[in-house]
Design a protein around this ligand. Structure first.
Ligand code: SF4
Length: 280
């Protein structure tokens, strides 16, 4: 049996940076809060919580201390609310997410109808939406485009959640083009994400089965699963080593492994060891 790990698997620089910011802050601050998980990796988040990080759902719960903004960013109105409460703001937003937010704000100021390509319920998308004003639509794919809204505006701008697939951006831009006098497209898909997707696709094509490791709520991991499945190879999404069902690998010779941006090197190593220990 051959086990191959896709290149660019695991932690990206934005996630490493966010973890480091929180670790450093925990050395000096007692009350550090985050709205939801700082990254989509339950084990890493638990490790940080053991060292004092508190995860809350609402700012109103926080009485004093600091609010850390996750790698996914946060809506400006919530940052304002936290600052008004006197909370210290520790910003761990990935610089590439910040770039998407900045472009969204620019499009709003220049009075474009904004198409945000992303998952409506994801923290990063909600953060970007917070910079868009009122003239926007959030869509996951081309079937969700509200054409009526495009017909009202001749200036259309597009930004994307950083973890989207480039083909999605291409398809949606092509549909929007005939409705616009001016179409401004910002490619805000992160390069690491693109490299991960390309590597996962290539590996899936030469594997008998693919295991994708990453948080079940991690957008970039879900995208890797989609990319792998598109090649036709049987693909399983697991969060950690305990989720593997070794029956999936029975009779398979070439096992491919890919991992999302929030997956630690230890998680990948544990999965590889379990497969090796069982299948030799
Ligand atoms: S996947 Fe890209 S955009 Fe997201 S945190 Fe990592 S480097 Fe930043």
């Amino acid at each position: 049996m051959k086990i191959e790990i896709a290149s660019h698997s695991g932690f990206c620089f934005g996630v490493k940076r966010a973890i480091k910011i929180v670790e450093d802050s925990l050395k000096n601050e007692q009350n550090i809060y985050c709205l939801g998980p700082i990254i989509h990796n339950p084990q890493v988040v638990k490790g940080l919580m053991d060292r004092g990080l508190k995860i809350v759902k609402d700012i109103s719960i926080i009485k004093k201390g600091a609010l850390v903004i996750s790698a996914h960013g946060l809506e400006p109105k919530l940052i304002k609310k936290a600052a008004e409460k006197g909370l210290k703001i520790i910003d761990a937003t990935c610089p590439l997410v910040k770039k998407a937010q900045k472009y969204a704000e620019q499009l709003k100021n220049d009075k474009y109808h904004i198409i945000i390509i992303g998952d409506k319920n994801h923290a990063e998308t909600k953060g970007i939406v917070g910079f868009c004003g009122t003239n926007f639509q959030v869509i996951g794919n081309k079937s969700e485009i509200d054409i009526k809204k495009l017909q009202n505006d001749k200036k259309i701008g597009i930004v994307s959640q950083t973890t989207q697939g480039i083909w999605n951006l291409r398809e949606i831009s092509t549909i929007a083009l005939p409705y616009s006098d001016e179409l401004r497209i910002y490619n805000t898909i992160c390069e690491t994400t693109l490299k991960k997707q390309t590597a996962a696709r290539q590996l899936a094509k030469r594997s008998d089965v693919m295991i994708v490791i990453g948080g079940y709520n991690s957008a970039n991991t879900k995208r890797l699963v989609e990319v792998s499945k598109e090649t036709g190879v049987k693909t399983y999404h697991i969060e950690m080593v305990r989720d593997i069902n070794l029956a999936w690998l029975k009779g398979k010779e070439k096992i491919g492994i890919s991992a999302g941006a929030s997956t630690s090197p230890e998680s990948i190593k544990n999965v590889v060891s379990k497969i090796r220990d069982t299948h030799g």
